[in-house]
Design a protein around this ligand. Sequence first.
Ligand code: NAD
Length: 471
Amino acid sequence: MSAGFKLLIDGRLVDGATEFDVINPATGVSFAKCPKADIAQLNEAVAAAKSAFRAWSTTSIETRAEKVSSLATALEARAEEFAKLLTSEQGKPFNQAMQEVMGGVSILSAFSRARLDDKIIRENVDATIIEHRTPLGVVAAITPWNFPLALLMNKIGPALVAGNAVVAKPAPTTPLTTLLFAALANEILPAGVLNVICDENDLGAALTAHPDVRKVSFTGSTATGKKVMGAAADTIKRVTLELGGNDAAIILDDVDVAAVAAKVFQSAMANAGQICVATKRVYVPSSLYNEFCNALATIADSVVVGNGLQDGVQMGPLQNQKQYDKVCAIIHESASLGEVIAGGEPLKRDGYFVPPTIVRNIPDDAALVREEQFGPVLPILAYDDLDELIDRVNASAYGLGGSIWSGDVQRAIGVAKRIDSGTVWVNQFLAMDPDIPFRGSKQSGIGAELGEEGLFEYTQPHIINALTVSA
Ligand code: NAD
């Protein structure tokens, strides 16, 4: 096995039952082997977590927080090594990979400062009523391939501080940074508190249905999220589902076109568009439509696309062959329904490279507008009436994020309040912080990550309702 990546089960770094290739999306060629767990190893991992939970959940929160803080310190100390591996498996440019790693450090650090104090609901001469929170037990943490490390930290940070034990399962095309983190964590955490298993999309169903898993924290597509919710039903597992989105950027008629177009472009094309809260459709007043489309096309033409480990590269490849094929098919269909004004053809080289592609004059019912493209292709749509536009935006089954752009912040906030999404940014994009809860509306998810609510998701609240007079 090239870099000796191992599963982590019960404090032991072990081989899988078999192994599979991990492809570098910038070359299309395998660069490492990943150990693949079988059902027996999945069951061992859950049993190890269940057993470790007994002691871990009774240590003080300060002790657990100290361990999570040590994870942050250890990750930061090896940030460049993690970032390089992240670029190799995920494709994003090295500087963006560093941002993801350091984002993971700050998430762990933030949760290491979190505490779960009892909440006094009522206290008077007659009664004391307290809300007290305890950890749940074994948490399954399932992650996708677009931010494999940061999204894992969103789950591990709060789950461990709250006193849970975790079985993590990364996406099969980006398992390596999770395995590197597992080896690092094994030096810090007691055996069984964190277990990591890998699969080829074949163990998720068994993990989410496992009777000893009390909670599933899942980030991924809405289609898989529905399966997770179904699998959780039998034992009424707690679920946090962070799912897909089709975020709209709404441009109001008072903007500085050049400045706003540059920011909207970044909001759509960072990580080659593979962000749950990327801008996936842009709505521009008819009066500014041509100017805005031209500005976006000019920026698109200037982007340096290539291997993220090379200096000066601004956009990497799509992460995997399946996503590349999907995005190419959407571009192909869009070219027949609208007008492609930048990009449009995959690069003729090895790897999964698609240049930033801008499409105008495309109907609302095109797949590019209705579905989550999850790639560097952006539809620009015109509007005349703001009320009608809000109905068009809210007609989506998704409700994850979105943004409003205006010279008048109060006006923009008024529009933002009418968008049925978990988060709406005004005059900025992708502004996430460990202390701001993040959640989806409609089919974009259930439950929150980050913030105090993101910690509460890993706890069971108990009401203690005591009469003050003695029995
Ligand atoms: P995916 O749903 O295909 O896979 C996500 C994870 O689920 C992987 O680890 C996969 O192996 C696992 N899985 C597969 N089948 C399963 C099953 N039956 N039960 C349980 N787990 C199973 O998603 P993806 O293609 O890896 O990621 C892209 C999607 O993730 C996009 O839709 C994107 O919007 C979404 N996403 C959402 C957020 C958010 O916070 N809302 C963040 C990042 C990505």
